[in-house]
Write a protein that binds this ligand. Sequence first.
Ligand code: FAD
Length: 428
Amino acid sequence: MPEPTVDQYAYTIANEKAPLKKPTGGALDCGALGPLDRVEAMDLTFSPEAEAFRAELRNWLSAHVPTGYGTDAFEEFATLDDEFGFLRRWQGTLAEARWVGVHWPEEYGGRGAGPEENYLLQEEMAAARAPEVINRIGVNLVGPSLMTHGTQEQRRRHLARILSADEIWCQLFSEPGAGSDLTALSTKAEPDGDHFVVTGQKVWTSWAQYSDFGILLARTDPGARRARGISYMIVDMRSDGVEVRPLKQLTGSSEFNEVFLNEVRVPRENLVGELHQGWSIAQTTLAHERGTSPRQLVIHRMLLDDLIRLAETLPTDDPRRDRIAQAAIEVEIAKLNNWRTLTRRVRGEPLGPESSFIKLYWSEMSQRMHDTLMDVLGPAGVLDGGPHAIARGRLLRSYLYYRAASIFAGTNEVQRNIIAQRVLGLPR
Ligand SMILES: Cc1cc2nc3c(=O)[nH]c(=O)nc-3n(C[C@H](O)[C@H](O)[C@H](O)COP(=O)(O)OP(=O)(O)OC[C@H]3O[C@@H](n4cnc5c(N)ncnc54)[C@H](O)[C@@H]3O)c2cc1C
């Protein structure tokens, strides 16, 4: 079976949002289950404005996405530095056409776009196999946090450069002893005249080795407990005392790092928000990590197509075929989870703890699909290169990469705790 073209994916996605109508609101009679008054209606269509946005974007992408990117035909980068440089230039190209941070207000260089357009941006980029925005932490986490809590000077200095990727940002939150329980962090920032002196260690810091700035959580009041006494500040990653050590991952790449901060002097003007009030600002930052995941949806739909293609040679009674059918069902469920959350966003409703469903569901779906993939590939599936490697090792690297999906953006155990306590009302 030939590789489906970009247009085929885009067509499928566009036409799935058929103008079906579901009864909205109210209780739904579920037979033996009784009325389910928590059933939520979802919109199954995009607004005409969002469709126009999609058409303009699709046009632009068809003219600008680097040929073959994301396929086996694309020449691999010799080094991570080369890949990073390519991605940084790509973000610059996107930004010139105002396709980065479309959800930012126009005064800061965005398009003031709503949740539908932002969703479509991610969906269309993935469907066109466009490279991802490299400065995601800057665009999705730092920018909105500075807009809400930063000073005029901080916004003036950083926001435009975040969009253009002239400044790359990292997130200096996790520590060896503080990940899920981030309030246990021990990096300290001591006031010294018009500076803070920061000492501590951070870990799993994505793209720190290429970053110009980092958002840092550090303890400024050693006497206060847990979330109290934490401050949020901007660290220039080129400062004396910042040492970045790349960590080698399962995939062989080194996208994340350990960061050692040894008496790093941070100007007081780099404090974001009030002293000791960093935890509430961190909540703004972390809230932007959750929500819909259209990019993951498209990626896993493409993975399903890979699986279907590979399974063509399996005997009809092979049980792996059932697992592929199961994967198809799960991708549909993931899509509906996304649409339900998008509907809430469009209506201006808070996401609430239910947003944990999305992360939990797609990440476990991903790992099940990748397990099936490896079973279908057989022994050649573990080859990362050479003449016998399947898809030049791309599928293997995808399998290895998505092992991390149950950890990043809040581990799945933590998502389950949230659902148990805050959705189901179970005791802590
Ligand atoms: C690809 C990737 C990129 C990342 N990028 C960044 C980054 O740029 N910046 C940054 O700051 N961090 C980053 N992280 C770190 C990430 O946020 C943490 O890994 C995550 O918060 C979990 O923390 P931890 O690794 O310390 O595990 P821990 O919190 O130590 O957890 C260990 C295990 O215990 C379980 N556990 C912990 N608490 C509970 C509980 N209360 N109930 C039940 N089980 C529990 C966890 O689920 C997990 O299985 C990244 C992680 C990954 C995988």
